[in-house]
Design a protein around this ligand. Structure first.
Ligand SMILES: NC(=O)c1ccc[n+]([C@@H]2O[C@H](COP(=O)([O-])OP(=O)(O)OC[C@H]3O[C@@H](n4cnc5c(N)ncnc54)[C@H](OP(=O)(O)O)[C@@H]3O)[C@@H](O)[C@H]2O)c1
Length: 161
């Protein structure tokens, strides 16, 4: 399954200066245990921000230009179609982990969203969740992580629902 996973502030901000504008260890641990053993797809800017492969996961970097330097074991994908092809062949879940540009360009192929709601307003954010990202999705689960963070899991509505 192709799953989008994101942490978002109350005003829709997801980043500032190519970094996460907050630190919530409960959410980082949740992200780690949710994605472990699977594949993570990230945009070239998010790759640059993280600066290293995330351990215990197959790391894939999305770039049209393709001029990113990647260490052995990290794979380059050039388009949304390549994400879909990869997911069809991969024995596990494919987590699209951001950032904003990637969420916009792959949103149509995401079947589930896992959204951590961060209890802050980030006034000077410069990366935001695209409008309407969760249209056509229903909440199937909701739980607290502690530190004021709530997670919502949303599944794409099936045709006819
Ligand atoms: N809160 C969260 O959960 C979260 C998660 C991740 C990131 N973030 C934040 O988001 C911000 C970064 O987001 P961003 O929008 O600037 O950058 P981004 O989405 O990480 O990367 C954008 C780049 O990805 C490539 N790309 C995007 N769509 C593509 C497609 N369909 N096919 C091929 N390549 C594609 C392009 O790379 P090329 O230019 O190389 O072609 C594009 O310039 C940072 O602040 C980061 O901290 C937040």
């Amino acid at each position: 399954m192709i799953i989008g996973i994101v942490a978002v502030a109350r005003n829709g901000a997801i980043g500032r200066d190519n970094r996460l504008p907050w630190h919530y260890s409960a959410d980082l641990k949740f992200f780690k245990r949710t994605t472990a053993g699977n594949a993570v797809v990230m945009g070239a800017r998010t790759w640059e921000s993280i600066g290293r492969p995330l351990p215990d996961r197959l790391n894939l970097v999305l770039s049209r230009r393709g001029d990113v330097e990647l260490p052995a074991g990290v794979r380059l994908l050039r388009s949304r179609e390549e994400v879909v092809e990869f997911a069809a062949a991969f024995d596990g879940d494919v987590f699209v982990i951001g950032g904003a540009g990637v969420f916009s360009s792959v949103k149509d192929v995401i079947e589930r969203w896992i959204v951590s709601h961060i209890p802050e307003i980030v006034e000077d954010g410069d990366a935001f969740l695209p409008e309407g990202l969760f249209d056509g999705f229903d909440v199937r689960d909701e739980f607290d992580l502690g530190e004021g963070v709530t997670v919502r899991v949303l599944d794409r509505q099936k045709p006819g629902e």
